[in-house]
Design a protein around this ligand. Sequence first.
Ligand SMILES: *[C@@H]1O[C@H](CO)[C@@H](O)[C@H](O)[C@H]1NC(C)=O
Ligand SMILES: *[C@@H]1O[C@H](CO)[C@@H](O)[C@H](O)[C@H]1NC(C)=O
Ligand SMILES: *[C@@H]1O[C@H](CO)[C@@H](O)[C@H](O)[C@H]1NC(C)=O
Ligand SMILES: *[C@@H]1O[C@H](CO)[C@@H](O)[C@H](O)[C@H]1NC(C)=O
Ligand SMILES: *[C@@H]1O[C@H](CO)[C@@H](O)[C@H](O)[C@H]1NC(C)=O
Length: 200
Amino acid sequence: MPLQAAALLLAALCVCRVQEGVAFPNGSVAFSCGSMMPVHPPYTPSSSSPPVTLSTSSASYRPGGVITVTVEVMENSSTHFQGFLLQARSRKGLALLWPVGKFTNISTTLFTALHCNNMENSTVSQASRVKKKKVQLTWEAPSNSNYGDIYFSATLVQDYTTFWVQLNSSTLRLDSNSAAGVFSSSALLFINLLSLSAYC
Ligand SMILES: *[C@@H]1O[C@H](CO)[C@@H](O)[C@H](O)[C@H]1NC(C)=O
Ligand SMILES: *[C@@H]1O[C@H](CO)[C@@H](O)[C@H](O)[C@H]1NC(C)=O
Ligand SMILES: *[C@@H]1O[C@H](CO)[C@@H](O)[C@H](O)[C@H]1NC(C)=O
Ligand SMILES: *[C@@H]1O[C@H](CO)[C@@H](O)[C@H](O)[C@H]1NC(C)=O
Ligand SMILES: *[C@@H]1O[C@H](CO)[C@@H](O)[C@H](O)[C@H]1NC(C)=O
């Protein structure tokens, strides 16, 4: 059993290593899916405060629900960005390392849809070096509740020497309350009351 677990972990790590090497041709930069780090030797991420905001259309999400995500340069900044990488991540367990959900309605003239960790459209980057002030994308949550609270993470590339890695949005709370859930618990209560009355 521990051996199987170890083999599984090893297999997962191998997948990660392969993904790390992937270069994305149409972007001006190659990114790592896991660390979201652009491959720009010898430069390291900027330590200055990032001139962008990463916002979402809602502070919570429902399984299968849709969220609009916006990455925008602050009004008081003259910066543009040429490259970016955007994905959603869970705050739980292993999913910390991997994107969750997928982007939908991805314009292929503006964006490149990526299969990070074999999840189609789980990550989006730029389609060209065109200088950008703002990008907006639609994200669809996984249809189950397994991932708990999530957040969006973005890497922004101003140019080869200047980039910011893993800028995080606020946390989006999982809202798994549904009419069905409420119904089933009251139905259960009703059944319990019935069985109680059967004993009386
Ligand atoms: C994007 O990549 C595809 C194939 O990888 C290529 O046909 C296309 O010309 C590229 N576009 C740009 C803008 O580089
Ligand atoms: C731009 O505005 C943000 C918040 O509105 C502030 O935190 C930042 O320091 C400002 N930057 C400059 C260069 O004024
Ligand atoms: C898809 O995106 C285009 C603009 O890129 C927009 O006009 C259209 O309404 C979007 N469709 C959906 C279903 O969100
Ligand atoms: C991924 O995005 C591309 C480009 O918009 C689209 O053609 C494709 O159907 C999408 N795949 C899935 C599984 O959503
Ligand atoms: C974003 O969150 C990840 C995961 O918690 C963390 O490793 C990273 O340092 C955060 N980014 C910033 C800029 O704080």
